[in-house]
Design a protein around this ligand. Sequence first.
Ligand code: NCD
Length: 332
Amino acid sequence: MATFIPPTERRNPSPHLPFGDHRDAPFYGHDILSVAQFGRNDLEYIFGVAKEMRAMVERVGTFDLLKGKILANLFYEPSTRTSSSFTAAMERLGGSVIPINEVHYSSVAKGESLPDTIRSLECYADVIVLRHPEVGSADVAARYARKPIINGGDGVGEHPTQALLDLFTIMEELGRVDGLTVTMLGDLKYGRTVHSLARLLSLFDINLRYVAPEILAMPPALVQELDAKGIPQTSVTTLEPVLPDTDVLYVTRVQKERFEDQEQYEQVKGAYVITPDTMEQAKDEMIVMHPLPRVGEISMELDTDPRAAYFRQMEYGLYLRMALLAMVLGKA
Ligand code: NCD
């Protein structure tokens, strides 16, 4: 007896290849789940597209590359920058957005499973950005979805689009990545941005320094992973010994929401505060980055220092996310 093939499957022989777009474009129909999927050539390509996006935004502001396309922003965890920059990116490209930020008000609060939510949303949208508290949630979503899934942060796992925009920031601000010393400071245990960034940086000839209280150290499995790639890594608990050599100081927030024991959070929350005084020991030509939000780890007095790159970093993020959307939708 012949097996019944539903019409949608017949129209989409490959799960991520709907009709009507340029199938030969790199990344067309791809998910963006982890930085592990990128090599140096890919990065060069993505950053090239991001630069074109910047030029277009500066010239015309908004244009119609993704006119008629719809992005679903599905956020199970709080977000300001990631969700709004994806919204801005989609709208600057002429597309539109279904924002689902308060999942308590949606069917998820009624007990709907992630695969069902994804399979429903993809009936309306062309691409889905997912932020979810569980590690591996974006992979689960991608397994069920026919449309591209972009991981906007899966718990303490990865935040690949943040790492891409971080690397783009370093390239644009310092002109190179090879040969740099990058110091990551703060919550290296729960901070998904540093997990993704460290992995992405391991494609380069880089020196990594980790500054964290012992209980917030970089996960040993990740240190081993980079060790196996020959990346020099040093872990310390104070910034002073490593600051003078640092080219990029990447500061992170202590991730209060990940602590099971709030007393432990109270003990480490103010562990580091970067002030203009701290920066006297730093090079003139270096940058301070932060994925934001900051909750006291960088004093506002530092904001006027030209080395403070964290707000410029957000702007690079817009161009980078425009590039990613255009790429997975086959228009770049
Ligand atoms: C980060 C995140 O969500 O992991 N924020 C962001 O996406 N810019 C960092 C954080 O919340 O501390």
